[in-house]
Structure formats: structure tokens, C-alpha cells
Ligand binder design. Structure first.
Ligand code: HEC
Length: 271
């Protein structure tokens, strides 16, 4: 019975807006536009160049991008390395298990990430912008929306290096009762209050400590293009479905009129 309840709760989670990984973190708005084919194309190019060393997108074929304005030759020239063909799935050579032993966590397939992660494109956008220096981590970086992430900041040369500015919160009974800029001040406060008061270090904001090759606006664009691309591949049928919906409604309207006329015709001799 308990199992059943757990299964039902899990199944309903997307409806209630609860989700693993959503946490209390404020996501930044990606403002993606799925009808922007140029953005999807740019995202695809970034993905094959910077992400496919570790991540696959193995439920879509390269050929999909003929639907967003690329010819098969464009795809061959710009998106395919090694000996893959246009009709092939976007798989990679590195097996997940191997990647796992290198990075402490396997690099997951990203085909469905935009649908699985709560916040979708906003989560991905915030994730790509959320890497910051943390010497306590094996990769030297941490992430604001993915605490203790096992992925290195692969786009650091574009974005630059971000340092965290911490804030120190004192919690009591599940509430934040005080906030401090320095750990020492927060520590002193907790000691003074005694039992039941707990200190938590929170990333308040990130500051660029070393600029990258791109401006902040340009890096936003790169993150948005990747978020657009990953959202597109997670549901390439979405656009088609939306335009199909209009026809379905028109059909139902016409059908209703016809049905009404037919009913009148059938019943006219009976009254
Ligand atoms: C050097 C290998 C490597 C490269 C290159 C790489 N990643 Fe990752 N990525 C990882 C690993 C490992 C994880 C798993 C992290 C974990 O579970 O702690 C990950 C996780 C992720 C996640 C979170 C998936 C989830 O829902 O758990 C996203 C999104 C992601 N990567 C996007 C990208 C994008 C976009 C690029 C290209 C710009 C990229 N990655 C390049 C190794 C890599």
C-alpha cells in the first residue's frame, strides 16, 4: 500500500509542480523561442562542439535538423564528426560507466533533460550560467542550481570565472532568523543563542573574477541557444502538435454544425 501511494505521488509530482532538483533556488528566465530556427541551429552546433565529448542525445537523429532549416549537406559539414551518417542517432563513443569513473558521476544523455528537470529551459539556462569556483570540489567548481555537480565548467573560457559571494543564514525551527555577511559574525550569533540554532552558508550572488572571451550578454545568448536546442530535441513534435491542434478544433466546429443539420433533417418528419 505504501508503495502504491509512493508511486501515485511520484506520478502526480509534475502536476503539483514539485520536483527533485527544483529546490528553493530561483531560476533565471531563459525566454526561449522554439520557432527561432537560427537559435536551434546555433545550439546544435554548440552542442556537438562542446558537449558531445561527454553527453549523447541518443534518441534523436542528426536528420532531425532538416526540419529547422538545414540541408543534409549543412548537417554533414557542420554537425557531424567522425564517420556518423545523417540518419544516425546522436550517440557518443564514451560509455556512461567510463565517464562515471572519470568525473565521479556519469554524463547523462541529454535528449530529455529539458522535460525531466523542473523549469525545463530555465533550469538549463540557469545551470549553464551557474558554475562558480569551489576549491572543495573535485572539478574545482560548484553550481548554483546543481549543488556538488560532477561536471567541469566546460564553457569557462567563454563566460570567464565566477566567484561566489556567500551569505550566512541562521536557521531555527525551519525559519531563517538572521542573516550575516561574514561567517564570524554568524558564528558568534549562533553561540550566543545556543541550542537549536543552525548556520547555513548560501551563495548570495556570483561575481566575475576573470572575464572570458564573451561579454555577459553574449554568454547569455550561448546559454539560451543551448537551452533552446535541448528543449527542441526533447519534444520536436511540439510545434507540429500545436499547429495540428488548430485543425482539430476547426474540424470539431464544422462537425458540430453538420451534426446539428443532420439531426434537424432526421427529426423533421417525426414532429
Ligand atoms: C567533460 C565531460 C562533460 C562535458 C564536455 C559536458 N558535460 Fe554536462 N555533465 C557532465 C557530467 C559528468 C554530468 C553529471 C554531473 C553529476 O551528476 O554530478 C553532467 C551533467 C549535465 C547536465 C545535468 C543533467 C541532469 O539533468 O542531471 C546538463 C544539463 C549538462 N551536463 C549540460 C551540458 C552541456 C550543455 C554541455 C556543453 C556545453 C556539457 N554538459 C558538457 C560532463 C560533461
Amino acid at each position: 500500500m505504501k508503495k502504491l501511494i509512493a508511486v501515485i505521488t511520484l506520478a502526480l509530482m509534475p502536476l503539483t509542480g514539485m520536483s527533485a532538483g527544483g529546490g528553493g533556488v530561483q531560476l533565471q528566465k531563459a525566454n526561449i523561442d522554439l520557432s527561432n530556427e537560427a537559435a536551434i541551429q546555433r545550439g546544435a552546433k554548440l552542442f556537438v562542439n562542446y558537449c558531445m565529448g561527454c553527453h549523447s542525445a541518443q534518441y534523436v537523429r542528426y536528420k532531425l535538423f532538416t526540419k529547422v532549416g538545414l540541408t543534409e549537406d549543412d548537417i554533414k559539414d557542420n554537425l557531424i564528426f567522425a564517420d556518423a551518417k545523417v540518419g544516425d542517432l546522436m550517440k557518443i563513443a564514451m560509455p556512461e560507466a567510463e565517464a562515471g569513473s572519470w568525473f565521479g558521476a556519469p554524463a547523462p544523455d541529454l535528449t530529455l533533460t529539458a522535460r525531466i528537470r523542473h523549469g525545463g529551459p530555465d533550469w538549463i539556462y540557469s545551470y549553464l550560467k551557474g558554475f562558480y569556483v569551489d576549491p572543495s570540489r573535485p572539478m574545482g567548481v560548484n553550481n548554483t542550481v546543481f549543488p556538488n555537480v560532477g561536471m567541469p565548467h566546460v564553457l569557462w573560457d567563454m563566460q570567464g570565472i565566477q566567484n561566489p559571494v556567500y551569505r550566512y543564514e541562521v536557521h531555527h525551527d525551519g525559519h531563517t532568523v538572521a542573516e550575516f555577511d561574514t561567517e564570524a559574525a554568524a558564528d558568534a550569533y549562533v553561540k550566543e543563542q545556543g541550542e537549536g540554532f543552525r548556520l547555513e552558508r548560501v551563495v548570495d550572488r556570483l561575481e566575475l573574477s576573470q572575464p572570458g572571451s564573451l561579454t555577459a550578454a553574449e554568454y547569455d545568448q550561448v546559454s539560451r541557444d543551448l537551452a533552446t536546442f535541448l528543449t527542441y530535441i526533447s519534444e520536436p513534435m511540439k510545434l507540429e502538435r500545436q499547429s495540428m491542434g488548430v485543425w482539430v478544433i476547426l474540424f470539431l466546429l464544422v462537425f458540430t454544425v453538420l451534426a446539428y443539420l443532420m439531426k434537424k433533417e432526421w427529426w423533421k418528419d417525426i414532429h
